[in-house]
Design a protein around this ligand. Sequence first.
Ligand code: CDP
Ligand code: MG
Length: 686
Amino acid sequence: MQFWKPGTTAPGSSLDRATESEGALLQSAPVSTTFISLQEQRERLPIFKYKQQLLYAIETYGVTIVVAETGSGKTTQLPQYLYEAGWAANGNVIACTQPRRVAATSVATRVAQEVGSLLGDEVGYTIRFEDASDKERTRIKYMTDGMLFRETMVDPLLSKYSVIMIDEAHERSLYTDLLLGVLKKIRRKRPSLRLIISSATLDASMFLDYFSSSPPQPFEATVLNIPGRMYPVEIAYLSEPAEDYVREAVRVVWNLHMQGGGKSVEGDVLVFLTGREEIERALYEFSELLPTLPPNAPRLNVLALHAGLSTADQLQVFQPSERGTRKVVISTNIAEASVTIDGIRFVVDSGFVKMRMFNPTTSLASLVTQPISFSSATQRAGRAGRTAPGICYRLYPPSAMDTMPKSTSPEITRVDLTTPILQLKALGIDDLMKFEWVSAPPAESVLRALEALVNAGMLGREDARLTDIGAKVAEVPVDIGAARMLWSSKEFKCGEEILTIAAMVAVQDVFVIPDGAPGAMAELERRKFTTEEGDHLTLLNVYNAFIKFGKSSRWCSSHALSFRALSRAVSIRAQLKKYMSRFDIPTESCQGDSQRLRRCLVSGMWRNGAKWVADGTYRSVRGNVTLHVHPTSVLFTRKPRSGWVVFHEMEETKKTQIRVLTEIEPDWLLEYGHKYLDKHAGEGRT
Ligand code: CDP
Ligand code: MG
């Protein structure tokens, strides 16, 4: 398949749009190199010239909306300016929220370096199940938006923060939206609190309207636009959509590298795929190509960037390339705006992204791979023009631009709201109609969530107010299904095992693929832990073996297991155990009684029940959806004896796949579900 570049050959309206987005990229200032001091680097960032203006705005206005291109220095610099200007005096803390964990940790690491602090000292971060901050000493705290939202349950006015920066607000993540609503309320009670809303795209008017309204106050909100520094980016399209965009992406990078024997072009490459599996497949394809690289050609250093990596591996992608080596970073959407990698001159855009979705009719939540929005495509292309003129290769035809949505829909409009609504209730927000949503979620999702919470005994049936158990569950940092299992473990006497399973499903990517070779070896290793009941108990075996063999990293690598993921599971388990003892739930062992354990699993996951059908697929109990078993499941090739399973997660690519399955008896589903399964839900049963 050949690329062609607009303006040279093809006609069509999408071309004009492409040129338009290029037109917005203007050329200016010099490029920073890595051989200058951190201080100099800081002063070269576009935001630096606006320091006084920013500080003035924040001093004067309650809410300052900062709009600047990605890479301008918003995330790393703004909190430091505030710190230097004294906003963290008298025990105050400056918070900066991120929708993504990886962004929170990598940015905190960078800023700690710039400030000259140890990570977790003056500069720290807090993400779920991981706290690298100090109660007394931390002045600048990077955190996920979900963690700050959780903090409002303990400290409703967030009184220790003088300034809260809601970063990447344009992304409209679920907890960013919820926080904005809560912060607007907090500011009425505590006007000294300053908010910064920072966004990479130009749609600031919506945030301004949101904060300026009802009743209008003087000096409530202002917008500051900071012009970025951008070089022109040429855009190339495929003439038709790539059949396999992973393979196509690898091919494009390879050809680009081999042009003129690899010598004619300089600059690193950033490839956008949708998730870890695709990234690993691309790495594998590269590992097969690399040995064919002519000896005199420049080297290729291919790196992955996704949330499942260790912090050290994540930081590798920020290392500047060595001379004579081209760096290729294969990333999820995280590199679209959350993090900036210097030196990128080529972008390869698959045109797809993985997103959380919830279908209120079937009450099934899933991860869906779908086409990106127009603004994402523009943002991705822009990543090629930060340090020099660049090229963006879009693995789709220009006509695809016409059918893309203008921007990505706010997460709150498309996810399961059960846990967030429980949390809002715990914050004392009883009347959801009166809550000032930035974008109101669909009424059906709200109703479904309320219904689920009432049925689970977490809200009162009459008044929809928080019950005692609801209040406790809201505190636990897991979804309500997992919380339900922890509570039911008292009844089934299996707290010991349920704790482990809850921790293991909270970490992802326990099984690793050694050296990029997919399949065989990892599969063989996985089998050693396999139980015929399914994946949850297999995970339990893995965890127990990890403990038995002294939590050794060598043991992990010889069994194709991720030491990092398992260590995280140990820490998560310890944290969940604290909640259990606080709520008087014993951690007894079921002594190998897998039936008790699986019934306990069903108490939390009955919504995700499915029945095996003759062609080897499953049908969901809710919604009667056709489900395929993910190849990593121990039930991939085997029919469960009872024909029934519950599953942890659902993912939609070309087909709908379920992962982490456990065989169950259908009666168990009815025990929990019968009261709640509505008439549509019964259709999947026979
Ligand atoms: O938030 P915004 O996109 O405006 O920019 P930033 O994340 O504050 O990044 C400013 C600069 O810091 C960029 O040139 C990044 O390349 C650099 N940076 C880095 O070198 N390493 C990191 N871990 C984070 C940022
Ligand atoms: Mg940023």
